[in-house]
Design a protein around this ligand. Structure first.
Ligand SMILES: Cc1ncc(COP(=O)(O)O)c(C=O)c1O
Length: 389
């Protein structure tokens, strides 16, 4: 009789495979940029859904189950740029829940197809609208949830498909008044539809506190001086930052795209002013134009700002230099790390960088010269990175 299955790499189901991702040293990058510290990437594409968000998918569904917010036959609805959807969809598939995701149209087609492959329904919404507009991806998710709540019973897959098609039509035809009236109608909460809302869900940072951070602490045997991570919902940096700071004065550095509010708020700008300055950018998964409840900026010592061009050049360079194919937020995190270490003359430290997802999500974008040129980006990565050396 085999006593410990997981030691042999055998798991009872896919959800149990989530986590325990490797830390990989980036020696070629260290050498190329003359970094005199050790860089270790926590490579989250080893999760079954290909991203760090599998961790919170698992925690948010288990949390909702524990708190009675979902019951058998429930539909999980989430506004997501993709990875959280994949995490939720695979856990939901394993546990028998249905899923609907609302997604801004700037997100890659690969992410939409991936969600549908996992049995989810996807509703596309316009990117350039305010979060409070009735056709924003946040509000469209609420509309779907309300329509399910209204039925006061679990919905079949066919019924769900009808609801999804109807809401997509309202969005496409800009029937904002109808969306508004669905959102404003009072409906009783039921356990048949639930929005985990990764931006406000306590299980998001808890997942990172209990798993990602603990793994990093154990993998480095506590010998970690700096942690760099992009900030989207802030769950990653908050959960890891809290865990590490409770044990040691590890410097926690956030990486933020140009156009996001985090770096402005951290510098002391009022939220209102920062939101006015927010503007769109193309790197996916990081940066915000609102302040989620899942982020605690007091745990973040500093924030480095990276633009799309820098993020994309580093992402592409990393794939060729180290054979690590990750997404643009990982390239941004690495660019921000090197920029910060150089500017602050940091030497002899152990640095961990979070690489949130796989580059396979972006083959038609970041890794496609035609797309880069169409969007006004340089395709000569070394040229872009020259300034960092
Ligand atoms: C690709 C990618 N990178 C980074 C992040 C940021 O992680 P967090 O939301 O925990 O701040 C996300 C989150 O959506 C993401 O999808």
């Amino acid at each position: 009789m085999v006593e410990n299955y997981t030691e042999l790499g055998i798991y009872e189901d896919i959800v149990k495979v989530i986590g325990k991702t490797p830390l990989v040293r980036l020696k070629k990058i260290e050498r190329y940029f003359s970094i005199e510290s050790e860089l270790y990437a926590k490579i989250e594409f080893f999760n079954p859904g290909g991203s760090i968000k599998d961790r919170i998918g698992k925690y948010m569904i288990e949390g909702a189950k524990k708190e009675g917010k979902i019951t058998e036959g429930a539909v999980i609805v989430e506004p997501t740029s993709g990875n959280t959807g994949v995490g939720l969809a695979l856990v939901a598939a394993d546990e028998g829940y249905k899923t609907v995701f609302t997604m801004p149209d700037k997100m890659s087609i690969e992410k939409e197809l991936l969600l549908e492959a996992l049995g989810a329904f996807v509703i596309r919404t316009p990117t350039a609208v305010a979060p409070s507009d009735p056709n924003s991806y946040y509000k469209v998710a609420e509309a779907v949830r309300n329509l399910i709540w209204k039925k006061k019973r679990p919905v079949s897959r066919e019924e769900l498909k009808e609801i999804v098609n109807y809401v997509q039509r309202l969005v496409d035809e800009e029937r904002l008044d109808e969306l508004r009236s669905i959102l404003e109608e009072e409906v009783e909460e039921t356990p048949y539809a639930y929005i985990p809302n990764q931006y406000f869900n306590k299980y998001n940072p808890i997942a990172h506190y209990e798993t990602t951070a603990k793994e990093i602490w154990e993998q480095t045997k506590g010998e970690i001086d700096y942690l760099f991570a992009g900030i989207g919902t802030g769950g990653t940096i908050t959960g890891i930052g809290r865990y590490l700071k409770e044990r040691k004065d590890v410097k926690i550095i956030g990486v933020d795209p140009v156009g996001s509010i985090y770096n402005l708020v951290k510098k002391g700008m009022s939220l209102e002013e920062a939101v006015k300055k927010a503007h769109p950018y193309l790197v996916e998964g990081i940066g915000e134009d609102l302040l989620p409840e899942t982020v605690d900026l007091s745990l973040v010592d500093d924030i480095v700002v990276v633009n799309d061009q820098e993020a994309f050049a580093m992402t592409r360079f990393l794939a060729r230099k180290e054979g690590i194919l990750v997404g643009g937020s990982s390239g941004a995190a690495l660019y921000g790390t090197i920029k910060y270490l150089k500017e602050n003359e940091v030497k002899g430290k152990k640095v961990v960088i979070i690489f949130p997802d796989t580059g396979r999500n972006y083959l038609t974008k970041i890794f496609n010269n035609k797309w880069l040129l169409e969007n006004g980006f340089e395709t000569d990565d070394e040229k872009v990175l020259e300034g960092l050396r």
